[in-house]
Design a protein around this ligand. Structure first.
Ligand code: NAP
Length: 531
C-alpha cells in the first residue's frame, strides 16, 4: 500500500513548500483522513507552468506514434494501481466499487482511444489547396493548413468523476494527445486518489522518455490555487469540469488576463425530458422506473441527471407523477460526495421550494446520520410558472426532479423555448408521434449538445460522434465537446502555410504524404501524393 506524501507533484518531484494543508473526508462517516495534503504555493504554481513551457519546447514536435505510446503507458500504469486505486477513491467519494471499476475502464479506454486516433492521423485536419499560377485575374498561391498543439494546458478536476473527469481524465487525455503538457488542479474532495494518479503518470513519463514538466499536479482546497494558475502568462488554455459558479469565475479570470486564453468549461445542466401523451399511455410504469433509476444514479450527482421533466397536464400525467414520487420515496437514499455538495444541494432545493408556484411532493431535506445524504426529492410546478421564473432552471446537484405540467402544447413549446443551454434533452414518444415531436425537437436542438430519443441522459458514450457540451450555462464553449475524440480539437490550433517550400513543411503537409494520412487536396479527400 502507498504511503501518501500529501505533496504536490511538480515536474515529477514531490513538493510541499506551503504550510496550509487539508485532508480528505470519508463521506460515509464524515471522518477526516490522517494525511495532510499541502495547498500549492505561488512558487509551486509558477514552477509547474514554467516546467510545462520547457517541456512544450520538446513535445510540440513529438510524433503521433510517441504520443500514442505514452497514452498507452499511462493506461497500463493506471491499471497497475489495482484495487488500491478503487478503494482509495471509494473512501474519498463514497461512489462504490462497481461504479468506480466502470469509471476506471472508461478512463483507460479513452486514453487508448486517443492513442488510436493519433495513429490514424486524420485528426491534424490537413487541407491542401495547390497553387493556380494561371488563374485570372490573379494567380492563387499554394496554401496548406493543419492543426498543431497549443501549449501548456491547465485542467481542473471535478468531484463527481474522480477518474474520468480528473487527473488523467478526458480533458488531460485530449490535451496530451494534442501534444501539450498538462498542469492539473486536483479536486480537494479526492486528493489521495489524485496522488495515486500522479505517481502512475510520472512512472509512464519516465518509461516513455518524456520531459518531466509534461505533467504536474497541484493540490489545493482554496480557489486561490486555481486562480493563480489561470493567470500564469505561460498558460495557453484551460479545461474545466465542475460547477457553474467555478467555471464562470475561471472563465472571467482568463478573459481578464492581458492575453486572454480559451476556457473550455463544462458545467452544470438540468437536462430537460419531454414525455408525450402516447408514451405515458403505453409504458408509464417502465418509464417511471427508468427515469427514477437515471435520476438517482450516483445519488443524482451527474451533470447529465434528468432534473426537469415536462408533461402535458392530464389525468395520465398526474398519475405518472404520483407513481414517480412513490418510486423515488421508496428508493434508498445514496451518499453524497462531500459536505459542500450536501449544503449546496440543501440551499438550491430550499431556494426552489421558496418560489411561490413550487410544490414539494416528497423529500426536500438533508438526511440525518453518519453519511452526507439528501432525501430523494420530487417537486412540481406549471408551465406558465416555469416560463415566468428563470430561477426554476437552477441545477439541483443530487437526486431531485422538478415536474413541469403544461396546459397545452403551445405552453409546452414556450416552456422549452424559455430553457437555458443544457448538455442534453430527451423526448419520450411513440413511433406514431414523429409529427408531434418534430417541433419540440426543433426547439430543443437549439438548446443542447445531445438530443436523446426514448432514452435516459445519464451515461455518456466515449465515441467519435459524441457531443458533450452545449450553449451557456452548460459550457463556455458550445462549439466543442469534452467527451469523445473530437475533444482533441480544443487544444490544437490551425496554422496555414503559404507558398512554403516542401522541405520546410511538416510531414502531414508534404507532397509525398509520408504519414499516409487522409487529407483534403483541392477539395477531394485522398491519401494520394500531391503532384
Ligand atoms: P466545483 O466546486 O466547481 O469544483 C471544480 C474545481 O474547480 C475544483 O478543483 C475547485 O477547486 C475549482 N474551483 C471552484 N471554484 C473556483 C474558483 N472560483 N476559482 C478557481 N477554481 C475554482 O465543482 P464540483 O463540486 O467538482 O462538481 C459539481 C459540478 O460539476 C456540478 O454542477 C456538475 O453538474 C458539474 N459537472 C459537470 C460535468 C460536465 O461534463 N459538464 C461533469 C461533471 C460534473 P477548489 O475547491 O479548491 O476551489
Amino acid at each position: 500500500m502507498t504511503n501518501f506524501t500529501g505533496s504536490n507533484f511538480i515536474a515529477g518531484e514531490p513538493s510541499q513548500l506551503g504550510t496550509a494543508t487539508f485532508t480528505s473526508v470519508n463521506p460515509r462517516t464524515k471522518q477526516a483522513g490522517s494525511v495532510q495534503f499541502h495547498n500549492a504555493t505561488t512558487e509551486e504554481i509558477h514552477a509547474a507552468v514554467v516546467a510545462a513551457a520547457d517541456a512544450y519546447e520538446q513535445s510540440r514536435n513529438f510524433s503521433a506514434i510517441k504520443l500514442a505510446s505514452f497514452l498507452e503507458a499511462v493506461a497500463a500504469e493506471i491499471n497497475a494501481l489495482g484495487d488500491e486505486l478503487l478503494q482509495t477513491a471509494d473512501m474519498e467519494t463514497g461512489l462504490g466499487l462497481p461504479r468506480l471499476t466502470g469509471e476506471r475502464g472508461r478512463t483507460t479506454g479513452q486514453l487508448q482511444g486517443f492513442a488510436k486516433l493519433l495513429l490514424e492521423g486524420t485528426y491534424v485536419e490537413a487541407i491542401i489547396d495547390t497553387a493556380l499560377p494561371d488563374r485570372q485575374p490573379a494567380p492563387r498561391p499554394d496554401i496548406r493548413r493543419m492543426r498543431f498543439p497549443i501549449g501548456p494546458v491547465a485542467v481542473f478536476s471535478a468531484s463527481n468523476f474522480p477518474f474520468a473527469f480528473a487527473v488523467a481524465g478526458g480533458d488531460t487525455a485530449s490535451a496530451w494527445a494534442a501534444g501539450n503538457p498538462v498542469i492539473v488542479k486536483g479536486h480537494p474532495g479526492h486528493p489521495a486518489t489524485s496522488e495515486l494518479f500522479a505517481q502512475a503518470i510520472n512512472r509512464a513519463i519516465v518509461a516513455s522518455g518524456f520531459p518531466a514538466g509534461w505533467f504536474s499536479l497541484l493540490q489545493g482546497e482554496s480557489v486561490e490555487v486555481g486562480q493563480q494558475l489561470i493567470q500564469h502568462p505561460l498558460l495557453q488554455a484551460v479545461g474545466f469540469t465542475g460547477s457553474l459558479r467555478g467555471g464562470r469565475a475561471i472563465f472571467d479570470t482568463a478573459a481578464q488576463r492581458p492575453n486572454p486564453i480559451p476556457v473550455y468549461a463544462e458545467m452544470g445542466s438540468v437536462n430537460p425530458v419531454v414525455i408525450l401523451p402516447n408514451a405515458l399511455a403505453t409504458r408509464a410504469e417502465t418509464l417511471a422506473e427508468g427515469l427514477v433509476t437515471s435520476a438517482t444514479m450516483g445519488s443524482g450527482q451527474f451533470c447529465t441527471n434528468p432534473g426537469l421533466v415536462f408533461l402535458l397536464d392530464s389525468a395520465d400525467s398526474q398519475t405518472f407523477i404520483h407513481t414517480y414520487r412513490d418510486k423515488m420515496a421508496a428508493r434508498p437514499t445514496g451518499v453524497l460526495l462531500n459536505e459542500q455538495i450536501e449544503s449546496g444541494l440543501e440551499h438550491a432545493v430550499a431556494s426552489t421550494q421558496s418560489r411561490p408556484a413550487v410544490h414539494t411532493l416528497t423529500g426536500g431535506y438533508v438526511v440525518d446520520g453518519d453519511a452526507f445524504a439528501y432525501a430523494n426529492t420530487v417537486l412540481q410546478t406549471t408551465g406558465s410558472d416555469f416560463i415566468a421564473d428563470p430561477a426554476l432552471q437552477t441545477e439541483h446537484f443530487g437526486p431531485v426532479t422538478l415536474f413541469v405540467t403544461c396546459a397545452s402544447s403551445e405552453e409546452l413549446t414556450n416552456a422549452l423555448r424559455a430553457l437555458h443551454g443544457n448538455l442534453t434533452a430527451t423526448i419520450h414518444a411513440e413511433s406514431t408521434d414523429l409529427g408531434t415531436a418534430q417541433p419540440y425537437l426543433d426547439v430543443l436542438r437549439e438548446k443542447v449538445g445531445r438530443v436523446l430519443w426514448n432514452g435516459f441522459p445519464t451515461g455518456v458514450e466515449v465515441v467519435h460522434a459524441q457531443m458533450h457540451g452545449g450553449p451557456y450555462p452548460a459550457t463556455t464553449a458550445p462549439a466543442t465537446t469534452s467527451v469523445g475524440y473530437t475533444a482533441i480539437q480544443r487544444f490544437m490550433r490551425p496554422v496555414a502555410f503559404q507558398n512554403t517550400p516542401d522541405a520546410l513543411l511538416p510531414d502531414a503537409l508534404k507532397n509525398t504524404n509520408p504519414l499516409d494520412i487522409w487529407r483534403i487536396v483541392n477539395e477531394v479527400k485522398t491519401k494520394d501524393a500531391v503532384s
